[in-house]
Design a protein around this ligand. Sequence first.
Ligand code: ADP
Ligand code: ADP
Ligand code: ZN
Length: 215
Amino acid sequence: MIVILFGPPGAGKGTQAQRLEREKGLVQLSTGDMLRAAVAHGTEMGLKAKAKMEAGELVSDDIVIGIIRDRIAEDDCKNGFILDGFPRTVAQAEALDGMLKEQGLKLNAVVEMKVDDNALVDRIAGRYTCAKCNAGYHDTNLKPKVDGVCDECGSTEFKRRPDDNAETVAKRLEEYYAQTAPVLPYYAEKGVLRQVDGMASIDEVAKQIDAVLAA
Ligand code: ADP
Ligand code: ADP
Ligand code: ZN
């Protein structure tokens, strides 16, 4: 199964993609995570992406399309994958179509997670992740079962993203409405666009997504 989780920054894409990976064995492909790894490793691509990410702007289509093209050709993607944070422009959506066609693959669903801007800002302000396994948490909405200990791997080290600050979030939301939201009609026309209530609790959103994928 090939699924796109679609929505603004902080909508809950990563949270639900990690869950689907745990529960259904679909691979989570997060372009944000891949870009952050490239930045951390100081690769040429990372250097190009870093300034854009810190400013809350989109990284160039060429870079992210190249990353996804290489990644979906790998063996672990054979049983299906979840795209989290890609495509973010119509050009990326068109490129994805081409790649899937080349490989004889079909997109099953694009799941739009709708969340109000105010809630997005709160979610991003409280977001942190495990430094070791990248599991996602929130200061109030999703705490580890044992305070300060990652549920998934037991690590006691956590991190916050440098771009999860109020100023950059405003820019990221602007980019979302200007460049990414226009991808929605593209998929609506193809008849693959589905919606879930991203304002609901994490468990309720999970149920709605599972219902969409089972349909
Ligand atoms: P995205 O990948 O879309 O940017 P995340 O999955 O990282 O978003 O979620 C942003 C923050 O909001 C995280 O801290 C996460 O724990 C929290 N979160 C995710 N889904 C919900 C939800 N349905 N209700 C409340 N908080 C949520
Ligand atoms: P969020 O879902 O919280 O906005 P991501 O981790 O998906 O965050 O993305 C973080 C940053 O990485 C974006 O602000 C952008 O600079 C860059 N990025 C991630 N995915 C893409 C993409 N598909 N196209 C362009 N830039 C991207
Ligand atoms: Zn962990």
